[in-house]
Ligand binder design. Structure first.
Ligand SMILES: Nc1ncnc2c1ncn2[C@@H]1O[C@H](COP(=O)(O)OP(=O)(O)OP(=O)(O)O)[C@@H](O)[C@H]1O
Ligand SMILES: [Mg+2]
Length: 471
């Protein structure tokens, strides 16, 4: 049993109660004091992966992935897990040889969510949910940075934004946190509302509503409604910060009775910049009334929009304007999110982390406006999860390649190229990433700017690897 210097975050009895499960402990101590101590012991965090599990944590074996997490129960305890959930269907294999305290439940994911919901209910700070078609993670980081300037702030780690990530984030809440900024994603209808019911946000930031996840949602209006549902889930007196440049989002929010603060470039926005200067590889400089001028290091106009969202949050919650501006200035691009790399005299704009039609358009605008470039090349791969309209959407995306050449790879490469041809853009299809990389290597020269963009599944970084520019 793990010994805690202070009380554990959750005791074994808390866990069983919150999960609605049954605690099973082999060799329960016979002495009353020892038995008491056992029940008062517990876990100091939660992990779903034995490779990253820290001693004292609860291990949650998930069955949704490639392998059933129950296979790793013994491993988890060897690594110092203080307890584990175990689905009843899998318990037979462990009965009588439990490797540590187990909480038996019907469904581990559901139990994780129940524990997280009850745990979150015991925390009383400001929880800000962040959703949207593009820019969630960046906006989450920007909002957390400004709120962090005013007090201890928890934020979603990386991109842990789904039915597992949201509960794991909530379970990291501690009494000292005054604010939590939680990324909430969806790929099927109702998911945002379900996650919001667990997180219970007091405020929401919705970046935009586009066509990402069209496959799961069916129509653009349905996507906008789904995003807007986060606003509908806010507690009484809540406020939603909405990307003002997404008219579909604003339309979907109209039917929801909640105070809305619109941020962005649109004329009607409640918070909009007075001036914006594109600094190319150095980001942008912009100014907003009430704040000092800001030098944002993230690249592209869409990132200015995300920063405006963070400023809207800062203004609403009374963060010192100079501190908020400094927090925004401190942020640097995440890996694969419009990273600028110099390579063989050329400039590589590595935005290969992910792509959907909105983020592709934003990236193409950045490429088209790239200062000092005498030649521009867009290296594009597939955008996934777009459903039956995928071919048409790729043709439209190809058409948006302006002032650049196109090198395309993937199942929709021909569609991208067909669109580009309609726009009079020189375009080539490649059979695979290796062929594209070899052709690209021959084109790199001073003055050339190359954008890399595709969905995560396309792993476009393989092209960078092959040309030796993985960074
Ligand atoms: N406001 C925006 N509008 C359009 N595109 C954006 C915006 N913000 C960021 N992007 C683009 O989207 C890409 C992904 O950014 P980010 O990771 O912040 O989004 P996300 O919504 O969290 O994505 P995911 O769905 O993978 O979680 C970036 O590389 C950038 O090109
Ligand atoms: Mg994200």
């Amino acid at each position: 049993m793990t010994a805690f210097a202070t009380a554990p975050v959750l005791t074994l009895t808390d866990l069983a109660r919150m999960a609605g499960g049954d605690l099973v402990v082999r060799d329960v101590p016979s002495g009353a004091t020892e038995r008491e101590a056992l029940l008062r012991s517990g876990v100091d965090g939660v992990s779903i992966d034995t490779r990253t599990l820290a001693p004292g944590q609860l291990f949650v074996p998930l069955a949704g992935g490639a392998t059933d997490g129950h296979r790793f129960l013994a491993d988890a305890f060897q690594k110092g897990a203080a307890a584990a959930l175990c689905e009843r269907r899998a318990y037979a294999a462990w009965e009588g040889k439990e490797p540590g305290p187990l909480v038996l439940v019907d469904d581990a994911t559901e139990a994780l969510q129940r524990i997280a919901r009850r745990f979150r209910d015991g925390w009383h700070g400001l929880l800000i949910g962040v959703t949207g078609s593009a820019g969630k993670t960046t906006t989450k980081d920007l909002v957390a940075a400004v709120m962090g300037a005013a007090g201890p702030t928890l934020k979603t780690e990386g991109n842990l934004n789904n039915h597992w990530g949201v509960p794991l984030t909530l379970l990291r809440l501690r009494p000292e946190h005054r604010t939590a900024v939680v990324e909430i994603a969806m790929n099927h209808p109702g998911e945002i509302a379900a996650l919001a019911a667990i997180a219970r946000p007091g405020a929401a930031v919705i970046t935009n509503a586009g066509s990402a996840h069209l496959e799961g949602l069916g129509s653009l209006e349905a996507i906008a409604r789904e995003k807007a549902s986060l606003a509908g889930a806010l507690a009484k007196g809540g406020v939603v910060f909405a990307g003002a440049d997404s008219s579909r989002l604003l339309a979907a929010l109209k039917s929801i009775k909640v105070r809305t603060v619109r941020y962005g470039f649109a004329a009607g926005a409640d918070l909009r910049p007075e001036s914006v200067e594109d600094l190319g590889p150095l980001g942008s400089r912009f100014s907003v009334a009430g704040f000092p001028a800001i030098h944002l290091r993230l690249i592209g106009r869409h990132q200015v929009a995300n920063a405006l969202g963070a400023l809207a949050v800062a203004r609403e919650f009374g963060v010192d304007p100079a501190a908020a501006a400094a927090a925004i200035e401190s942020l640097r691009p995440g890996r694969g999110r419009m990273e600028v790399r110099a390579f063989r005299g050329a400039t590589l704009l590595v935005d290969s982390y992910n792509a959907n039609p909105e983020s592709l358009r934003a990236a193409l605008e950045t490429l088209a406006a790239w200062p000092g470039a005498t030649r521009r090349i867009a290296v594009l791969g597939d955008m996934l999860e777009l459903g039956p309209d995928a071919a048409r959407i790729h043709r439209e995306a190809g058409e948006a390649v302006q002032g650049a050449e196109l090198m395309a790879v993937g199942a929709f490469a021909a569609d991208l190229v067909a669109g580009a041809a309609r726009a009079g853009v020189a375009a080539r299809v490649f059979a695979d990433k290796a062929a594209l990389a070899d052709a690209l290597a021959a084109e790199l020269a001073p003055g050339t700017a190359v954008l890399f963009k595709a969905s995560r599944g396309a792993a476009l970084e393989d092209v960078l690897m092959r040309i030796g520019a993985q960074g």
